[in-house]
Ligand binder design. Structure first.
Ligand SMILES: Cc1cc2nc3c(=O)[nH]c(=O)nc-3n(C[C@H](O)[C@H](O)[C@H](O)COP(=O)(O)OP(=O)(O)OC[C@H]3O[C@@H](n4cnc5c(N)ncnc54)[C@H](O)[C@@H]3O)c2cc1C
Length: 346
């Protein structure tokens, strides 16, 4: 029996996979997304869309509801420093709301979403064969622990000093329209308003331990949340740092976290995933996948630089102690760094 043919098979129906499918369907490709999890997909995420990510969604005509984000506040104990986004607000958007909006847009554009997992595949010069389906290209958008990446031989050994993230939502009126980053000796807490009565709180740390234990390391934040009803279960993800040899292997192309990830501490994962999806589809439409390898390095350069530098600076205890006072002393530098996060990824 001959294989059924599609132009593009996307492994993973998270934000990267759905935006890839949306661009591809609008470019006239026959697209199928395989996502094993049915219904609305949730995930551990800080849920802060930087202004560049929001602009990328608006370019696609997707406008999910959420809470406007005016900038970023770094805080440690009683010291804090704010910087506003200079190019318009970002938005705190629940992952479930984002997923529903992207899914609807992808389906509306003609993509098919199928409840299947991408397993073993083979490829030749003209396509990829996956479980009876022959696709001109296979996109691995299957997240941090991408099995497509592994099967294509694109994994690199695990990075040292792994960090993990956990998040939960609380019913409480947001006390700020800034993303608040609370710095402590061994953890950071990220507060993102996502609705008039709900905030999401993500905690990142290199150490193990449960959510409550990590939150106890951030007493000012724990005080804010005292008595607030948790309105979601705790979800986690990690190790965050995923190193990747390259993003293209023949007709297999990686986007989103599958393509490599440094850390969540600058909140840029979604902006990058959307920009990568756009660049990857443009390269596949022109049948020039290697161009995406170059475009990937270009669109992620600033993120890789800034995130690696911030991680290195805040790994030693002294770096974490001086970060917020230093940002207060050098408000121009802090404002420029926040502006860099807000810029469109191109
Ligand atoms: C704690 C934390 C906080 C964060 N905060 C922010 C933030 O504030 N702002 C921001 O922009 N980013 C943030 N990020 C990063 C952001 O969440 C990710 O960059 C984003 O989810 C990447 O989307 P993705 O589609 O690549 O992967 P995912 O969202 O992980 O989706 C991958 C999908 O692939 C599916 N899948 C897996 N294996 C297969 C397979 N074999 N076949 C088919 N499907 C498969 C999975 O079911 C899943 O639905 C944060 C991340 C963490 C962990």
């Amino acid at each position: 029996m001959s294989a059924r043919r599609v132009d593009l098979l996307v492994a993973g129906g998270g934000p990267a996979g759905l935006v890839t499918a949306l661009h591809a369907a609008r470019a006239g490709l026959d697209v199928e997304v395989w996502e094993p999890r049915g219904g609305t997909v949730d995930k551990a995420c800080g849920e802060g869309l930087m202004p560049g990510a929001l602009a990328e969604l608006h370019r696609l005509g997707v406008d999910p509801a959420g809470h406007a984000l005016r900038g970023i506040r770094y805080t440690a104990g009683t010291t804090s420093v704010d910087a506003a986004f200079r190019r318009g607000p970002g938005r705190g958007i629940r992952r479930t709301t984002l997923h529903d909006a992207l899914r609807e847009a992808a389906l509306g554009a003609g993509a098919r979403i199928v409840p299947r997992r991408v397993g073993a595949f083979t490829q030749d010069d003209t396509g990829v064969l996956v479980d009876g389906v022959r696709a001109a290209y296979l996109v691995g958008a299957d997240g941090l622990h991408s099995s497509v990446r592994r099967a294509a031989g694109l994994d690199l050994p695990a990075a040292p000093r792994p960090r993990f993230g956990l998040r939960q939502h609380f019913r409480v009126a947001p006390w700020s329209d800034l993303v608040e980053v609370h710095w402590a000796a061994h953890a950071e807490g990220y507060v993102t308003p996502v609705a008039p009565d709900v905030v999401g709180v993500a905690v990142l740390a290199a150490t193990g331990g449960g959510y409550d234990e990590r939150l106890r390391q951030l007493p000012e934040l724990a005080d804010r949340l005292r008595g607030a009803e948790p309105v979601s279960e705790v979800r986690g993800a990690g190790p965050l740092h995923q190193r990747v040899r390259r993003r293209v292997a023949g007709r297999v192309v990686l986007v989103g976290d599958a393509a490599g990830y440094v850390d969540a501490l600058t909140g840029e994962g979604l902006a990058l995933a959307f920009a990568q999806a756009r660049a990857a589809v443009a390269a596949m439409v022109d049948d020039d996948p290697e161009r995406y390898e170059r475009d990937y390095l270009r669109v992620t350069r600033r993120y890789r630089w800034l995130t690696t530098a911030l991680l290195a600076a805040t790994r030693p205890a002294v770096g974490r102690r001086v970060l917020v006072p230093a940002a207060r002393l050098l408000p121009g530098v802090f404002a420029r760094s926040v502006d860099a996060l807000a810029r469109p990824v191109d």
